[in-house]
Each structure stands twice: as structure tokens, then as C-alpha cells.
Write a protein that binds this ligand. Sequence first.
Ligand code: PMP
Length: 374
Amino acid sequence: MIPGPTPVARSIQDQMGRETVAFGDPSFVKDFKELLSDLKVMWKTEGEVFVVAGTGTMAMEMAIANSTKRGDNVLIVTHGFFGDRFVELCERKGLHVDVLASEWGAIVPVAEIERKLHSKKYQALTVTHVDTSTGVCAPIAEIGQMIKQFDDLIYIVDGVCATAGEVEFVDDYNIDILFTGTQKAFGVAPGLAILWAGQRAMERRKNLGTIPEYYIDFYKWLPVMHEPIKYFATPAVNLVWALKEAVNIIKAEGLMNRYARHQKVGRAMQAALEGLGFRVLAEHGCRAVTLSNVIYPAGIDDASFRKTLYEEGVMVAGGLAAYAGKMFRLGHMGNIDTHDLVAVIATIERVLFKVGYPVVLGSGLGILQRELLQ
Ligand code: PMP
């Protein structure tokens, strides 16, 4: 139940166990092509999509490398640990970095971002859609609307803990670059980065000329993404198949239905956890639905709670930075099973009881069931 990797459905797992074929095998080329086309259509962009072996962090680097050059100004909006990750990444590249950071659990108001963007010319803006360290969901659509007044600003959205679980559309939201990894709401094993680049982003890439980076250069991959028979660097054949199966599952469910399911499940889990005495770190109005980051009620020791929970078959993640020891993080994104969520809340109740917390058994479960039935 950690927020990534998330549970991998059997049919997706099976794709990773298939006999590997040559990347030039006509059947693989066809599969890869269909996958790329689906990703573009479903996340609605007239631009490009890249599926490249690597993790979310590589995608962060790919986004920055293809949209900025040394000396450019970048504004980083951060709601936690993963927003902060952009700071060092951009500084190493020789960018001038300004940071707008919220208190953990809150968001930077859109008006504040607007004021900052007026204060000087920025070439790029980064926003983390859901910061996994805080469970805060940024108003990426609203920010996308607001930035229309700024010419030549590349809007980069980190969707690692959001894409395929929280609503996101590339062109509709005025996003220039959106990226994610396979291990979260797509429900695939870790190992692939998915990056959408809209037309403005591709125009920016063109104007940069030759960039220092090699493996993550859009222009190295573009011919492969247009014609997967071409070679630049060996694609992760089995992971591509696994992602294709994940996309097929999403198509069968319906992307909008998937978002609605995440909404319902996220709110239900948060209500149940609150009912048990936990405090959701993210404020109302900016709570992600892909995971819950909750602070312990007084008297619960993080290490023994999580150890007992693990012995009972449920693994959650600990809090990061100042929240280490004070909070746990529970993912409920991707192809998560409703029965598992019921079992998880029941297990949390049982463990609370075991560690001596005055819990009314069934109280969290009751809330969860009622919320799920609504
Ligand atoms: N951004 C966010 C929001 C994340 O949650 C993560 C990973 N948890 C990353 C970036 C980095 O991704 P990866 O670990 O796949 O490199």
C-alpha cells in the first residue's frame, strides 16, 4: 500500500514475463506504435509523447534539459520533497532558480505564482501535481489558465504521483510538458518514464539547438516515437508491453471513470482514517486522491505501528523530512482493489487496537463502506 510501486495486476505482470523479442519484431513495433498513439489521444495533445526507460527523476531531467539552457530563469513551485527535487536539478544545470514553497500540507496560492511571474521573465515554471511527501494536489488547471498571459513560458507538470489517477489533460490545461513514471497510477512495475510535450515545448526544443544531454534529448527519441522500428537506444520491450496492457485496462475502465473511482476511493479512505483519529496532512481543497498522508494521533509510535501493520500484511510508507516518525503514507491509486481497501482499513483498526489505542472496532470500516456506497 505504499504510494508506488502500486499493486501490479496479473495481466500486466504477465506481460513482463513474456518471452522477450527483438525490438524490431513487427509485432512489438505494432504494439509500441499503438501504445504511443493511445497515450497521445487519451492525454489530449497535438504534440508528442515519449516512452523511455528510466524513472520519474529521469523524466524531470528530460523536461528541464529540453526546455531550458544555462542562464535561463526557472520558477519552481513546491509543495514538498519532490517539488524541492527540481531545485538541485535545475541549479546543477546552471539555471537561475527561484522557489515558491508552501508550508507542508498547504499550497502556494495561484495569485502568488502570478505575482512572481510578473516580477521577471521566466523561461520555465515547474509544478508538482501531487507531491507524494505531503499528499498535496496543486491546482494545475487553474495555473494553466493563469499563465496564458505570459509569452514564452514553458509550463512543466510533474505527474508522477498523479497521472492516470488525477484529472490531467495536456493541451486543455495549457501544459507544455507533463511526465510520469509507470509505477504509480498506471500500476506497472517501475522502469519507464512517460513524457508528453506539447507544440510549444517542441518549438522551445527546436530553438535550443544542440543540448548537452544525450540519452534524454527529445530529438534522439523523436524518430523512434514516430516509427518504433528505428533504433536510438534499446527500448524496454517487456515494460512497453506491460504499459500497453495498463493502458488497455484504462481504456476498458474509461479514463473519466477511472478519475471518478480515484476520487471516490481517495475521499473514502481519508474519511475512514480521520474517523479513526488520524489527521490528513493536506488541507481541504488541496487533497490528492491518489494517496493519503496522515499524522498519528497522540500516543502512537510510528515504528511499532508500521512494524505490526507489516506483520499483518500491509506495508505503508513513513513520513519524510520533518514528518518522519509522525506520519504514514498510504497509496490508493492505480488498479487498486476495493476489497483490499476494506481489508486495509480493517487491518489498521486491528493494529490500533493491538498497540493499545482506544479504537472502536468497525468504526473506520463503517465510514469507508458508507462512503464507497454513495
Ligand atoms: N516526483 C514525484 C511526485 C514522485 O512521487 C517521485 C517518486 N516517488 C518522483 C518525482 C521521482 O520518481 P522516481 O522515484 O521514479 O525517480
